[in-house]
Write a protein that binds this ligand. Structure first.
Ligand code: Q46
Ligand code: ZN
Ligand code: ZN
Length: 309
């Protein structure tokens, strides 16, 4: 197959765009498309300080690389969750992130959960009343709280994550199956700041996972290939398999499902700031001061109180 731009030999064929590209033109295309997304959804500009949440995986490191190449002012945030497993998952991912930041002379914040609270995520989850077989719900809560905390503490204008189209479509599929209206309202490429919560954006939300993977490999970014040991059997992975099947039969299904949802949202949730429900106001947590939908202590502080003291 030949590159559409130069007739050289193509390294990737993106059936949904009817577009095959060589290495050089594909890497260029990722940069151009990311910039286009940033502009289209009014995510941020070159004066903003951008905090990139990085896990050590392909998506977040590729995103940090692209934003850096596009000349944006970025710092990274790695949250050490204390997850071990056979491959010492957290320690290993931190190594990848540190090497990436050092080699490009980029600022990296490291939030070490076991060091700060004396317990790892699996231990916090085990001690918690909501104890389930998997620590993912607790892990998500801790990560969200920590990302907000560091973004505010270091005066970042926006927090960005490396979610790709496959992630977004899998969440969308899940929320549609169970008609989680509030979650559907919140799903967006960009979320405005509110009551002290930082603005958030997902500049890779229109890239298929295979495109971010191809970008990382072709750019020779070293990333952790192993998944977190708790990722197995995740509903989102089951969703991805179903969606991949649909995509295989009809190229472009995932992209069209997502883009048509974003259009439909404007009709479903026409209020001005469609992310928040009109009646929703946030309180300030009595302990950490972070915005919270509940009065008194926020769910993160309650969790730490219950499991780490
Ligand atoms: S890191 Fe945390 Fe994920 Fe591991 S424990 Fe679950 S939520 S699977 S993205
Ligand atoms: Zn080419
Ligand atoms: Zn709190």
């Amino acid at each position: 197959m030949k590159c559409r731009k130069c007739s050289g030999s193509a390294v990737i064929n993106m059936r949904q765009h009817k577009l095959a590209l060589c290495k050089e033109h594909f890497l260029d295309w990722v940069l151009t498309q990311t910039e286009r997304n940033i502009q289209k959804y009014r995510m941020f500009n070159h004066n903003d300080q951008i905090l990139v949440a990085v896990s050590g995986g392909k998506d977040s490191l590729a995103l940090w690389d692209v934003l850096n190449k596009l000349g944006y002012q970025t710092g990274g945030l790695y949250i050490h969750l204390g997850i071990s497993g056979e491959n010492h998952y957290s320690d290993q991912s931190l190594d990848y992130v540190s090497n990436f930041a050092e080699s490009r002379n980029l600022k990296l914040h490291i939030a070490d959960i076991p060091e700060k609270f004396g317990k790892t995520i699996p231990q916090i989850s085990k001690n918690s009343r909501r104890n389930k077989s998997k620590p993912c719900a607790i892990c998500g809560l801790v990560k969200r709280h920590t990302m907000n905390e560091i973004a505010v503490q270091f005066h970042y204008d926006i927090l960005v994550t490396g979610h790709n189209l496959d992630d977004e479509v899998s969440v969308l599929f899940n929320n549609t199956l169970s008609w989680q209206i509030d979650f559907l309202r919140r799903q967006s490429p960009v979320i405005p700041s509110k009551d002290g919560l930082p603005k958030k954006a997902k500049p890779f939300c229109r890239f298929y996972e295979r495109e971010t993977a191809a970008y990382s490999i072709l750019s020779e970014i070293d990333y952790i290939e192993e998944e977190c040991p708790f990722a197995d059997g995740n509903t989102m992975i089951d969703n991805k398999n179903v969606l991949n099947q649909l995509e295989h039969e009809h190229a472009g299904t995932k992209l069209s499902f997502y883009l048509k949802f974003l259009k439909a949202k404007q009709i479903l949730f026409p209020d001005i700031v469609s992310y928040f429900s009109p009646e929703e106001t946030l309180q300030s947590c009595d302990s950490c001061g972070q915005p919270s939908p509940n009065k008194g202590i926020c769910s993160f502080c309650r969790l730490i109180e219950e499991t780490c003291k």
